[in-house]
Design a protein around this ligand. Structure first.
Ligand SMILES: [Zn+2]
Ligand SMILES: [Zn+2]
Ligand SMILES: [Zn+2]
Ligand SMILES: [Zn+2]
Length: 133
């Protein structure tokens, strides 16, 4: 039985056949959709009244990933920063301007960012992996 998701990238509902790729959760393979309210497979029972999961649809998934990667490159990484080390350092302590959220590549200059993101992220192995999935 199919169910719906809400594509938060473009703001529309879409029909899902039971499994979906969740790259933002770190998935490389499509996984079974689980009902947020019942914590069981969406195929198991009737969930037409349940809240629907926000998930970019197959058409917008790549665009959303590309946008997230660029976002990651232009804003400081959150969380792992302690006041001493002052943000933007790689593991060797070299200053970076950002990193790719998808493949974790560090960028040392805006040229690195542009080279990585050029031609629809052609330099990003992880993003290319999603596309070929
Ligand atoms: Zn689904
Ligand atoms: Zn449900
Ligand atoms: Zn969409
Ligand atoms: Zn990348």
């Amino acid at each position: 039985m199919s169910h719906r998701h809400f594509c938060d990238f473009a703001g529309h509902e879409w029909e899902c056949s039971g499994t979906a790729l969740r790259p933002l959760a770190g998935d490389l393979e499509p996984s079974t959709c689980i009902c947020l309210m019942h914590q069981v497979s969406m195929d198991n029972g009737d969930h037409s009244e349940c809240s629907i999961e926000l998930l970019a649809c197959p058409e917008h998934r790549e665009e959303q990933l590309a946008e997230m990667a660029i976002f990651g490159a232009s804003y400081p990484p959150q969380g792992e920063i302690d006041a001493e080390s002052m943000m933007f350092k790689d593991t060797d302590g070299k200053a970076i301007v950002g990193f790719c959220l998808l493949c974790d590549k560090d960028f040392y200059s805006m040229e690195d960012v542009e080279a990585h993101n050029a031609n629809n992220l052609s330099a990003c192995a992880v993003f290319q992996g999603f596309k070929n999935n």
